[in-house]
Design a protein around this ligand. Structure first.
Ligand code: ATP
Length: 361
C-alpha cells in the first residue's frame, strides 16, 4: 500500500470538549477506507479535518507527503459528498454536475460533465431536471459533481443514509464498482457496521474520539481486540473464563462449556491475569437436530426464545452455569424443523471460534 494520507498525533478540541484524541493513521492510495463508530465518536470531525473544513488543535495532517496545515479545503486534493447531497432541484443534471467546475474555467464543461455522468451510470441524463430524479439517482449526481475535478481523495459523509434499505444495498455495490473503476481513495463515514464491512478495504472503528481498532473487515469481525469493538461489529455471546497461559496460547475453563485450549491468535490482545471473557459469534454455534451426529463439542440446552427470519432462525438457548442464554443463528434448511420455546436441544460449538478477551479489556 502506497501511503497517501498521514495523520500523526491529531487532537481536536471544541472549547473544552476533546473530540479527537491522539489519532495516528495512514490511508493508502486507491484504498476504500471507512470510519465507523457510534453517534458522536468523532468520525465526521476526522473526515472534516482531512477535508480542511476543521483545523486540528494539535498534530499533523499530510496528503501526498505535503503538510496540509494552513491549506484551505478548496486547495486540497480532496472532495466531499455530503449526506444531504446538496443537489439544486431547479437545475438540470448537467448544471448540477457542472457546479463542481465553477472555479475552473479552463476545463471544457460539456466533455467533463459527460465523462463524469457516464462514470456514475447516468450517461444521457444531462437535460433531466434534478427534482425529477430518484434518491439513488440524486446520489449519483452528487458523486459525479464531486468526481468531476478528479480529486485524489473522495470523502463521503454517510452518503447512503437517506436511502431505503434496498436502494442502499444497491448503491453500496455501485460505490464499490465506482471506486475500483476510478481507482482513487475513498474515505467513508458511516455508523452502519454492515455497510463498512461490505465496502471497505480497511475500517477504523472509533469510540469517544479514539480509534478502537483499525483492520480489514474479516479481522474486525473474527478477531475484535476488545468487547467494545466486538459488540459494535455484530452480535457476540460472552462467557466468563478462567485463564491459564500455556505454551502456545491459553488453557481455559469456560462457564457453561468447560475446559478448552485456545491458540494465542484467538486472543487478539494478550490476557494478563487469570480472569477472561470468551466471545462466540451466534453463527459459530449450531443446534444438533434429531437424527444428526457430530464429532464436535456439545452442550445440553433448552430453547428460551425463537425469532424466525425466513432464511435464518435466531434462537436463545439456556445452558447450565450461564445466566444469559446463548444467541444462536441457524440457517433454515429443508428437513430441519423450527424448534419451539421450551424444547430441549443440544448446542454444537467449536473451540476454534472462541475469541478471548481480558475481563477488564
Ligand atoms: P454522528 O454519527 O452523530 O454524526 P460523529 O461520530 O460524526 O457522529 P462528530 O460530528 O464528529 O461525531 O462529533 C463528535 C463530537 O464533537 C460530538 O460530541 C459533537 O457534539 C462534538 N462537535 C462536533 N462539532 C462541533 C462543533 N462545531 N462545536 C462543538 N462541538 C462539536
Amino acid at each position: 500500500m502506497k501511503p497517501l494520507i498521514t495523520l500523526e498525533g491529531v487532537n481536536k478540541y471544541y472549547g473544552d470538549y476533546h473530540a479527537l484524541r491522539d489519532i495516528d493513521l495512514t490511508i493508502g492510495e486507491g484504498e476504500f477506507f471507512s470510519l465507523l463508530g457510534p453517534s458522536g465518536c468523532g468520525k465526521t470531525t476526522l473526515l472534516r479535518t482531512i477535508a480542511g473544513f476543521e483545523t486540528v488543535s494539535d498534530g499533523l495532517v499530510a496528503i501526498g507527503g505535503k503538510d496540509m496545515a494552513g491549506v484551505p479545503a478548496n486547495l486540497r486534493p480532496t472532495n466531499m459528498v455530503f449526506q444531504s447531497y446538496a443537489i439544486f432541484p431547479h437545475l438540470s443534471v448537467a448544471e448540477n454536475v457542472a457546479f463542481g467546475l465553477r472555479k475552473r474555467p479552463d476545463i471544457d464543461k460539456r466533455t467533463a460533465v459527460t465523462e463524469a455522468l457516464s462514470m456514475v451510470g447516468l450517461a444521457g441524463y444531462e437535460k433531466r431536471a434534478a427534482h425529477a430524479l430518484s434518491g439513488g439517482q440524486r446520489q449519483r449526481v452528487a458523486l459525479a459533481r464531486a468526481l468531476i475535478l478528479k480529486p485524489k481523495v473522495l470523502l463521503l459523509d454517510e452518503p447512503l443514509s437517506a436511502l431505503d434499505k434496498k436502494m442502499r444495498e444497491q448503491m453500496q455495490v455501485e460505490l464499490i464498482k465506482l471506486q475500483r473503476h476510478v481507482g482513487i481513495t475513498f474515505i467513508l463515514v458511516t455508523h452502519d457496521q454492515e455497510e463498512a464491512l461490505v465496502m471497505s478495504d480497511r475500517i477504523a472503528v472509533m469510540f469517544e474520539g479514539r480509534i478502537g481498532q483499525l483492520a480489514d473487515a474479516e479481522t474486525l469481525y473474527r478477531r475484535p481486540r476488545n468487547r467494545q469493538v466486538a459488540e459494535f461489529i455484530g452480535k457476540m455471546n460472552f462467557l466468563e473464563a478462567d485463564v491459564q497461559p500455556a505454551a502456545e496460547g491459553y488453557d481455559l475453563r469456560v462457564a457453561g462449556l468447560g475446559a478448552v485450549s485456545v491458540a494465542a491468535a484467538q486472543a487478539p490482545e494478550p490476557v494478563h491475569g487469570s480472569a477472561g471473557v470468551v466471545g462466540l459469534r451466534p453463527e459459530t454455534l449450531n443446534l444438533l437436530f434429531d437424527g444428526e451426529t457430530t464429532k464436535q463439542m456439545l452442550v445440553d440446552g433448552q430453547v428460551d426464545e425463537v425469532v424466525y427470519y425466513g432464511d435464518m432462525t435466531y434462537y436463545d438457548v439456556r445452558i447450565q452455569g450461564v445466566e444469559k442464554p446463548l444467541n444462536i443463528a441457524m440457517k433454515n434448511v429443508i428437513g430441519r424443523p423450527v424448534l419451539d420455546v421450551g424444547a430441549p436441544t443440544r448446542v454444537v460449538w467449536d473451540p476454534r471460534a472462541l475469541v478471548l478477551f481480558d475481563r477488564n479489556g
